[in-house]
Write a protein that binds this ligand. Sequence first.
Ligand code: ADP
Ligand code: MG
Length: 363
Amino acid sequence: FTGQPCLVPSAVHVLVLLNPCCGTGKALTLFENHVMPMLTEANARFTLLVTERPNQAYEVVRDQDLSNWDVIAVMSGDGLIYEVINGLMARQDWADAIKKPISALPSGSGNALAASINYYSGHEQVTGKKLLTNCAFILCKGQLLPLDIVSLTTLPGKRIFSFLSVAWGLISDVDIESEKYRFMGYARFSIGTFVRLTALRTYSGRLSFLPGSSSTAEMESGGSPPTDGTLLEDHLLVPLDQPVPSHWHTVEDQFVLVLALYQSHLGAEHFAAPMFKGPGEGHIHLYYATSRISRTSLVKLFMAMEKGTHLDHDIPHLTHLPVLAFRIEPHESTGIMTVDGEEIQCSPIQGQIHRGLGRVISI
Ligand code: ADP
Ligand code: MG
């Protein structure tokens, strides 16, 4: 791992997976009007696959011969990228498959990876068509960067792979409860946050984590992934039904929010982790707020997050630190938990980072 960008070959063949129902439902028109002309100009060939149902993109990348394509471009929101990452990791040859460059063409209501890449590339924070054309331009330049992947295990024994976040509490509630405002596009998150802040909930549970950043990650490295079809090994984790290792930290409390984030943006206007300068830094940024946090502090936090200045203020009862692995154990199963913005069953979950396991078109 050198962190050096490399170029995808010229005259690339791009597989475009497009979700016609994402965001406000205009992805196909946006693709034809804004992305297609740029790909043609850049001399890139593409195959367009318009998804007809959830999970189709997952199945396509899990089952098809990927050697025909140099890049998988995802024209949707984070949900379809989540399908693609998990489809690649479900393959026998996952160790090679997960190296297939991914490109984010944002047209969903949650476009966090695209917004992060836009930031890493030095562009100013934008939304909508501007963000889409910036990302299409980044795709045409075709430079690659390593992408961190977090491997998650849930108590029912499910393995999930994630490129963005795990959230429990306020943030996941807003993400899922605001689905009903999705006709508003990105504004759904502002409305949803306002609604949830006026009726704040708390969540009882235990949060455990292994503090550390990329330098400690190198020391704790499990080496290169195997290439013989065996599963990716989570060398920092013990089974979820056993206590965490004694050198981990544990907080047992009433939480308002828990967020494990591994890209700079949580949404196009949620610049939640400005400390990330690239997609493969090798650690997770963990945020948690206990129930002692005031509503005024939370309002301040969300307002300042738009510009990424929330960490300039010391917000009482909000903790943030870099970690390599974490475990969330909710005491009740009634709350909402999300992975990359997608709802999962609210039950114990743990995960660890795998530095630069995937690759993304960036800068
Ligand atoms: P958004 O940001 O607008 O939510 P996502 O990329 O997250 O966009 O997509 C939302 C969901 O739509 C994903 O969970 C995906 O599985 C699903 N999906 C994909 N194709 C279709 C389709 N043709 N019809 C309905 N849902 C789809
Ligand atoms: Mg989504």
